[in-house]
Design a binder for this molecule. Structure first.
Ligand code: MN
Length: 232
């Protein structure tokens, strides 16, 4: 007799540069409002050093490099957000700043796809962000590179749509650094091996349409390309 009454879902995972072994994903955490110029373009108030806040995306929302994000339901404003992704290899709670980067296995490129109109409604009404952020196919994630290869230093981050550059910044512009994000997040949740953290997007977010090709790049990491597909 089978252990499960229905077939369990395939485990989510990411390729890692330089090895056939894949990175198993346990949780996908995202950081909100982590670049001041993006906070300003969204017309959001608040102090630039307001504590970081977090939300999650479901594991089965992952789309791999070269994949398709079908245009999601119930939105007329699908936005891209290019983000540096940190993959956690060593767990911990209340991780101090001094050792936070020791928990990082490596880095990758991610897209925090957003139903901006639904997110705006949620903000206005004080509702959770799930419907704007955690929909099907909302988490394209690229190949990881081990930190001992790519390092931890700030790097250029950019995104183009059909060849036009829309976002161009540097991760040094993050309000809360990767070190600080790991430390703060680990106060809310015990981090575990397999967690990935999308660290927020710079300014220049905007809408995409069916047929658009999104090219996301973070210096020193494999690029991430996805196409917006027809509605399912
Ligand atoms: Mn984001």
């Amino acid at each position: 007799m089978s252990l499960f009454i229905i077939t369990p879902p395939e485990p989510a995972s990411l390729p890692i540069q330089g090895t056939e072994a894949r990175f198993p994903i346990r949780r996908i955490y995202c950081v909100g409002r982590n670049y001041l110029a993006h906070v300003r373009e969204m017309n959001e108030g608040g102090d630039e050093r307001d504590p970081p806040f977090f939300f999650q995306k479901p594991l089965d929302a992952v789309v791999h490099d070269g994949g398709v994000v079908p245009y999601p339901s119930l939105t007329a404003s699908l936005h891209y957000e290019v983000e540096l992704v940190a993959a956690i290899a060593i767990g911990g709670a209340n991780i101090p700043l001094a050792t936070a980067l020791d928990h990082v296995l490596g880095y990758g490129v991610g897209l925090d796809m957003t139903r901006r109109d639904l997110q705006t409604i949620a903000k206005d009404k004080g509702w959770p962000w799930e419907m704007g952020k955690a929909f099907d196919h909302s988490a394209p994630l690229g190949m990881l590179v081990p930190a001992n290869v790519t390092g931890h230093a700030p790097r250029n981050i950019s995104l183009s749509v059909n060849g036009d550059v829309r976002q161009s910044s540097n991760t040094a512009q993050m309000t809360w650094s990767v070190t600080e994000v790991i430390s703060k997040l680990s106060e809310h949740y015990r981090l575990e091996p397999g967690d990935v953290i999308m660290t927020g997007t710079p300014e220049g977010v905007g809408a995409v349409h069916i047929g658009d090709k999104i090219f996301a790049e973070v210096e020193g990491l494999p690029t991430l390309t996805i196409t917006i597909g027809e509605k399912l």
